[in-house]
Design a protein around this ligand. Structure first.
Ligand code: MG
Length: 282
């Protein structure tokens, strides 16, 4: 190492040390309250807006501005869905173009027992009578313990936002399956960040924020559907963007649909149980 190089390094180091010394010594200006009180400059950054007060109580756990979709007594808020079960875009593309916000379906044939809404295997999915766009959803579900069942066949159900975008419900406690198909997956699109599953036969919670996709008048996508999911209070999907409707086969893409569509619960052939379902429209 030659002398001139050492000199240059020393000059740079000394300059840096002296500059940082100056920075450290820079005095912090005193706050002159008498002067500030003349103009009250803090007011410029204080926003006033009526924020509605939402009440909750520890027994019902339903916020005062939420809509209950299952009161533990009857399934009057539900009916059979307008759409058949489909597997991919070949069916979705024409089907979505026929979906309506309001329609009269046949009554739900699921079972209501002990304050629970139970899948009646073979009787099909059920859809909320009311249609929704952007929502906060709370639901409690239980995947029953079952001998000899594994993978996707172990107590499978699901919640389909707008009837076509699924958050998976499955026993995913010591039950291997593809990661983008386990509990809390945005089915075949997003793997949950962690597995927050409790063992089967335990009540579990989903708290989900769903933002509906937005379409232009011409039917082009303006913003995709987005989902945030907390499973048993743990964040497992953080504002993820969906690629399109939930496809069992193939790659999804968006097809324009109404801004509000019913929520659908899945009959996957297993007696999965639900309770305490409520929605807040956003
Ligand atoms: Mg499912």
């Amino acid at each position: 190492m030659n002398n001139s190089f050492i000199k240059i390094i020393s000059i740079i180091a000394l300059t840096f040390i002296s500059l940082s010394g100056i920075a450290q010594n820079k005095p912090i200006p005193e706050v002159n309250w008498d002067e500030l009180n003349k103009t009250k400059p803090w007011l410029a950054t204080e926003l006033y807006k009526e924020v509605s007060h939402v009440k909750t109580n520890s027994t019902s756990k339903i916020p005062s501005d939420a809509m209950s979709l299952f009161n533990g007594k009857d399934q009057s808020k539900w009916q059979k869905p307008q759409s058949p079960i489909v597997t991919g875009m070949k069916q979705f593309d024409p089907l979505i173009r026929t979906l309506k916000s309001n329609y009269n379906g046949e009554p739900s044939e699921w079972i209501v027992e002990n304050g629970q809404l139970i899948v009646n295997p073979g009787k099909g999915h059920i859809a909320s009578k009311r249609a929704f766009g952007d929502i906060q959803l709370h639901l409690e579900w239980l995947s029953p313990k079952a001998k000899g069942k594994e993978g996707q066949k172990y107590s499978n159900s699901g919640v389909f936002f707008m009837g076509i975008y699924e958050v998976q419900i499955l026993n995913s406690f010591q039950n291997k399956t593809y990661a983008n198909g386990q509990a809390g997956a945005i089915y075949k699109q997003h793997i949950p960040l962690v597995n927050a599953s409790l063992p089967p036969d335990n009540w579990q919670t989903y708290d989900i924020i769903f933002m509906a996709p937005k379409f232009s008048d011409k039917g082009t996508l303006v913003s995709p559907a987005k989902l945030t999911v907390l499973h048993n209070g743990i964040l497992i999907q953080n504002n993820v963007e969906l690629l399109g409707p939930t496809c069992y086969i193939g790659t999804p893409y968006y097809v324009a649909h109404p801004s509000k569509l019913p929520l659908v619960l899945q009959d996957h052939g297993d007696p999965v149980r639900f309770r305490n379902i409520w929605v807040r429209e956003l």
